[in-house]
Design a binder for this molecule. Sequence first.
Ligand code: ZN
Length: 265
Amino acid sequence: MKNILLLLFIAALFAGCSLNLVTGRNQLSLVQESELQLMATSQYNTFLTANKVLSSANRDAAMVDRVGARIANAISKYYNSKGQGSVLEGYKWEFNTVDSKDVNAWCMPGGKVVVYTGLLPVTQTETALAIVMGHEIAHSVARHGNERMSRAMVQQLGGSALQVALANKPKETQDLFMISYGVGSQVGAMLPWSRQQETEADQFGLIFAAMAGYNPQEAIPFWQRMSAAGASAPVEFLSTHPSDQTRIKKLKQFMPEAMKYYTGK
Ligand SMILES: [Zn+2]
């Protein structure tokens, strides 16, 4: 009996932990990705309704669409080439640009992306925009948000299932979701991504941008501009993606690998 219980316990532990084939490490994953995608669709639509979304006729919005489509295409190619196309199951990409002074961008599960116009004076070029969008989308496909949401479900909602939490504590659960995906400071203190998650998002973001035909080397001056912007005024993006010399150093170390994927000139 004791052994059976022990086996059940171990099985439960493993069910909640999944090996991410891209990041190559075991990740806490207590919430189904499909459930998170459902929640993302509803939270994304709520967000878009509450904010001023630029029409796709707008030049900046058209650029965001174009970059997003190229990166999404690169990601499909990347995962299919590794025989892991299933990672993108349920993805229905959407790219929207909102008129806001905030310097920010994010991607919810299932490929729901928002870029704030306040980011564009920092990116300055389409290539740098591709670097940021590649980074944000890498957080999503590497299921970093799922890790954060799972941890929060254990710490703050007693490890209950997502649907139960949503039924019992809808507001708290939605706020945790928004914080887990770096969506907006209106729901409270933002959590920075961990150093490891940042490094993974940087590296896979560079690969995806490079495969989409954008020069990954642009990441270095971009992150330097981002740091400088944060030095003169608070920048929302930096509260979730702290930038420092370690990031720049690691980006430089990884650059030769990223350049292997770059087919442009
Ligand atoms: Zn990040």
